[in-house]
Ligand binder design. Sequence first.
Ligand SMILES: Cc1ncc(COP(=O)(O)O)c(C=O)c1O
Length: 345
Amino acid sequence: MTSTADAPAPATDPSAVLAAAATAPFGTVFGEVMSVARADASGWSEPALEPLTSFSLHPGTHALHYGSSCFEGLKAHRTVDGGIRPFRADKHAARLQQSCDRLLLPVPPIELTTRLIEMAVEANAAVTPPAPGSLYLRPTMLGTDVTIGAAAHPSHTAILYVLACPVGHYLPPRPLTIVVETEVPRTTPQFGVVKTGANYAMALGRIDRARREHEADQVLFAPGGIVQETGAANVVLVDGDLLVTPELTDSFLHGVTRDSLLQVARSLGWTVEERTVTVDECIEWSARPGAEIGLMGTAAVIAQVGTLVVDDRRLTLSAPDDGRLVELRRTLGEIQTGARPFTFA
Ligand SMILES: Cc1ncc(COP(=O)(O)O)c(C=O)c1O
């Protein structure tokens, strides 16, 4: 197995990469080493480190035509004992397996994905910012069969690589404006739990319209008045020690942050309800003093919703600096940096 001792030497001074990442948009500054494995009829290759450069793909590559691609997104955090630790890499590797399975792509073993993640972290350690920054990791799968005649056939070959980006905030650090969309779902039932590009493309039109018409940050998809999720995060409602979130269905991505926060909230003695959440309930929630609505995701962490736009009505929510969502966010941060011991189930 390739060790990080064989890592290609980055060309750029790490401090210059970190300085660039501090002001650049999320996900646009990259660590200069990626980890890679390839699958063909004989199975998976040994994981290897390669310099991050443009690579060539045949223009007839399956992923470019038939959407045989999926990805993950997780973060590695600098820890209080001087290490760098990817957060719940095994859980993300399992979700990648599920995505690959649904797309009929070669399914990477959990140990392969977690090894690739570890290698990318080690090789890009010097460009990992301190908390609240982190190293965002993007395991990416592409179906690489060269064929434009296989719309009804899966790709049997694939590449899996892990990109690393030093990052800070993904969403602006202020209460968000969210437009509630009750006509269309975020994606199809077949792909709700799949982290694949088509889902994001499908949501984009509504998100773009919400930005233009309402200066919104995101869209909450709630077809028929039943809340699913936003374009890139799960939804949570909190009021005192009560936490409510939609129960897991095939209609939305099962977030690792969601799972983590539910476990943390339960450990703190909160009441956690996983059940159907309606738009009417969100409207009612916005009128309750002290009740908060938030978004949960790796990139978003836990973001507070300040305004819900429902049918052109703007509803204001309480988003206090010292509220329950901020407390949850702080607790999760302490767990991620090792300041607070916690074992996830
Ligand atoms: C559509 C969607 N839903 C939910 C999430 C939250 O998932 P996680 O907490 O695993 O990042 C994400 C982020 O990856 C997402 O893109």
